[in-house]
Write a protein that binds this ligand. Structure first.
Ligand SMILES: NC(=O)c1ccc[n+]([C@@H]2O[C@H](COP(=O)([O-])OP(=O)(O)OC[C@H]3O[C@@H](n4cnc5c(N)ncnc54)[C@H](OP(=O)(O)O)[C@@H]3O)[C@@H](O)[C@H]2O)c1
Length: 420
C-alpha cells in the first residue's frame, strides 16, 4: 500500500478559509481527479462537507470520512472514527488523504508521498498545510520544469511539486507491531491495526460481552452471522436481500446481542450490528485479514484453527484483539473480560504448540490464568458483568464465561461468520 497526501497551498501554507478553498484552479481539480481516480480517498468531516453535494461521494473512489460523532452517517461514504480505523478500512490498497488540515497533519507520519500544488497567491486563511520536515522529505519532481502554469479560469499561477522520502531516512520498524512474534495482542481498533491488519494475519477479535460470544453461540447452532457497524442504515436492506434476520435490541425479545436469544432461535442467517466487536471485525476484514470471532466459549476451537493455519503457512501471524468498550463520551475503555478472552485463546494456542508469543500476548494469557479457576464467578463480579446482571441479563454473563462450551471457530467468510 502507498499512502499519498495531496493538497494545494499558498507560499504561506494556507489551504482553506471558512470551510472552502480560497481559489478556483480547475486544472488542479482535474489533476486531483486524475491522480485519485479508482483509489480510496480519506478525508475529515469538514472536507466532506466542503464538497459540492453533487460530488459527494467523490465518484469512482471509495470515500472514507473521519468523524468522532457517532451520529454522523454520510450517504455513500464509510465513516471511520480514527485515522487508524480509516487506514484499516483502506487496507492494502493505494490510497490518498485529501484533507483537510487536521487530517494532513495526522497522516503525514504514515505517508509515502506528498503532492503539493503551489498556488501563487497571498491570501489569508484559517487552515494550513503541515510542515514537511527536510530531514525526512525531499522534492522528487516538479512541474513545469521552470516557472509557473497559468490557470485559464482566473489567471492564477500554480505549479506542482512531488515530495518523497529521503533515501537515507528509512524509519525503523515500529516496535508496536510486536514483530517478529507470531502470536501478538493489542487493544481495540488502533491496536488491531498494529497487530492484526493485513492479508498475512489471522485477526482474532474478542468481545466477550457480548458480540463474539453471541457469534459463537449462533455458529455453534448452525447460524451464519453477518457483522454490521453500529447504526449502519444499510443493515435492514442487507438483511432483506440476503434472507437474513436483523438483530433487534435486547429489550424487544427477538434475536439480539444476547447469546441466549439466538441459540434456540431456529434462524438460518443473522445480521448482527455491534459498536465494538462487529466494527473491529469489519475494519480488519477490509485489510485482507482472516477474521475469527474469539471468546471464552470457543477458546480451544479458535486456537486449534489458528494453530493449523500457522503450521500450514509460515508467513502467517495471529493478532489477538481484545475489542474493549466505549465510554459514553466515546473514549476507549479496555475491559477485563476481553483481556481474559484474549488470554484464554493465547493459552489454548500454547497448548496447540505456539511458542513465539509476544510479551503483550503473554500478559493477556497471565490475566486469563489469574481467573481461570472460576471464570464464571469472576466475570459476574467484574464491572461489565455486574452492569449486564443489573440490567437483567445474568444468564448471558454466565454463558460468556463457560470455557470451551462451543466447539467451533467462527471464521468470517465472504462477510458471514461460519463455523469452522
Ligand atoms: N487546499 C486543499 O488542498 C484542501 C484540501 C482539503 C480541504 N481543504 C480545506 O481544509 C478545510 C478543512 O480542514 P479542517 O482541518 O478544518 O477539517 P478536516 O480535517 O477536513 O475535518 C476535521 C474533522 O474531521 C474529523 N477528524 C479529524 N481527525 C480525526 C481523527 N483523528 N479521528 C476522528 N475524526 C477526526 C473531526 O470530525 P468531527 O468534528 O465530526 O468529529 C474533525 O472535526 C476547509 O477549508 C477545506 O476547504 C483544503
Amino acid at each position: 500500500m502507498t499512502l499519498s497526501l495531496i493538497w494545494a497551498q499558498t507560499p504561506d501554507a494556507v489551504i482553506g478559509v471558512d470551510g472552502a478553498l480560497p481559489w478556483h484552479v480547475p486544472e488542479d481539480l482535474a489533476r486531483f481527479r486524475r491522480l485519485t481516480d479508482g483509489h480510496p480517498v480519506v478525508m475529515g468531516r469538514r472536507t466532506w462537507e466542503s464538497l459540492p453535494p453533487r460530488f459527494r461521494p467523490l465518484p469512482g473512489r471509495d470515500n472514507v470520512v473521519l468523524s468522532r460523532d457517532p451520529g454522523f452517517a454520510p450517504e455513500g461514504a464509510v465513516v471511520a472514527t480514527s485515522l487508524d480505523d480509516a487506514l484499516a478500512v483502506v487496507g492494502d490498497r493505494d490510497a490518498w488523504v485529501i484533507g483537510g488540515g487536521s487530517l494532513y497533519a495526522a497522516a503525514l507520519p504514515h505517508a509515502d508521498r506528498v503532492e503539493v500544488t503551489l498556488v501563487d497567491l497571498a491570501t489569508a486563511g484559517d487552515t494550513v498545510a503541515p510542515v514537511l520536515d527536510e530531514r525526512r522529505w525531499v522534492q522528487t519532481a516538479h512541474e513545469p520544469a521552470e516557472g509557473w502554469y497559468t490557470s485559464a479560469a482566473e489567471g492564477t499561477r500554480y505549479r506542482y511539486i512531488t515530495y518523497g522520502h529521503r533515501p537515507d531516512s528509512q524509519p525503523a520498524v515500529d516496535p508496536r507491531l510486536q514483530a517478529p512474534h507470531r502470536v501478538r495482542c493489542d487493544w481495540g481498533r488502533a491496536g488491531a491495526r498494529a497487530v492484526a491488519a493485513g492479508s498475512d494475519r489471522i485477526a482474532v477479535v474478542v468481545d466477550v460481552l457480548t458480540f463474539t460470544t453471541t457469534v459463537a453461540a449462533a455458529c455453534a447452532a448452525g447460524i451464519e452471522v453477518a457483522p454490521f457497524r453500529w447504526h449502519d442504515p444499510r443493515a435492514p436492506r442487507f438483511a432483506e436481500e440476503t434472507g437474513a434476520t436483523l438483530a433487534v435490541s435486547r429489550a424487544t425479545g427477538g434475536p439480539s446481542l444476547s447469546p441466549g436469544s439466538v441459540r434456540a432461535s431456529g434462524l438460518h442467517r443473522l445480521v448482527l450490528p455491534s459498536p465494538n466487536g462487529a466494527t473491529t471485525a469489519l475494519t480488519l476484514a477490509a485489510t485482507g485479514a482472516t477474521v475469527v470471532a474469539g471468546s471464552i466459549r470457543t477458546a480451544d476451537a479458535v486456537a486449534a484453527y489458528c494453530a493449523r493455519r500457522l503450521a500450514e503457512d509460515p508467513r502467517l501471524v495471529v493478532g489477538v484483539v481484545p475489542a474493549g468498550e466505549g465510554w459514553p463520551d466515546g473514549a476507549f475503555r479496555p475491559c477485563a473480560e476481553d483481556l481474559w478472552g484474549a488470554g484464554a485463546v493465547v493459552e489454548a494456542l500454547r497448548r496447540h504448540g505456539a511458542t513465539d508469543i509476544s510479551v503483550e500476548a503473554e500478559v493477556a494469557r497471565q490475566a486469563w490464568l489469574a481467573v481461570a479457576d472460576d471464570p464464571v464467578g469472576t466475570l459476574r463480579e467484574s464491572a461489565s458483568g455486574r452492569e449486564l446482571i443489573e440490567r437483567g441479563w445474568a444468564d448471558d454473563v454466565t454463558a460468556a464465561a463457560e470455557l470451551d462450551a462451543d466447539g467451533c471457530a467462527p471464521v468470517l467468510v465472504d462477510g458471514w461468520f461460519v463455523a469452522c
